[in-house]
Design a protein around this ligand. Structure first.
Ligand SMILES: C[S@@+](CC[C@H](N)C(=O)[O-])C[C@H]1O[C@@H](n2cnc3c(N)ncnc32)[C@H](O)[C@@H]1O
Length: 137
């Protein structure tokens, strides 16, 4: 996916993102950041972001993101979101963001429990997900 495609893709979510931007200095967790293009767009839309912790299970993507989409405010880490998250992440984030990743996750209950633990009070979860058919389960 090119930078331009990613900008278009999450550009459609810009108004939703900015409307939930109630924290002056966001601390964001980006789950499944891939090569970091969308992480960088996020920083453009939320310019007062203090820090972004961007994780992906692919070391190859993380290496690329560190090289090509580096920013002093972004920390890229190779981590599988379906494994235990670091204890230091408890109540750390004002926004959890994830673009086109949740459909890869097998255990959504575990994921949501970990997200809940990682969020500060009055924080936001922003996720786009591919779904086919019913999402009621
Ligand atoms: C469609 S890409 C989206 C990348 C990025 N969010 C974007 O919008 O460009 C899905 C990403 O989720 C990552 N991913 C899938 N399952 C994951 C998991 N359990 N933990 C962390 N990352 C995961 C994949 O490695 C891949 O980079």
């Amino acid at each position: 996916m090119t930078s331009r495609n990613v900008t278009d893709l999450i550009g459609s979510a810009k108004s939703a993102l900015t409307s939930v931007n109630k924290h002056k200095e966001q601390t964001i967790l980006d789950i499944g950041c891939g090569t970091g293009e969308a992480t960088n767009c996020l920083m453009q839309y939320l310019p007062f972001t203090k820090s972004v912790t961007a994780i992906d299970r692919s070391m190859e993507f993380i290496d690329y993101a560190r090289e090509v989409n580096a920013s002093p405010r972004i920390t890229y880490e190779c981590l599988n979101a379906e494994k235990d998250w670091p204890k230091e992440w408890r109540e750390k984030f004002t926004m959890v963001y994830s673009n086109y990743v949740f459909h890869w996750i097998k255990d959504h209950n575990l994921l949501l429990r970990q997200i809940n633990r990682a969020m500060k009070v009055n924080s936001d979860l922003f996720s786009t997900i591919l779904s086919f058919g019913s999402t009621s389960k």
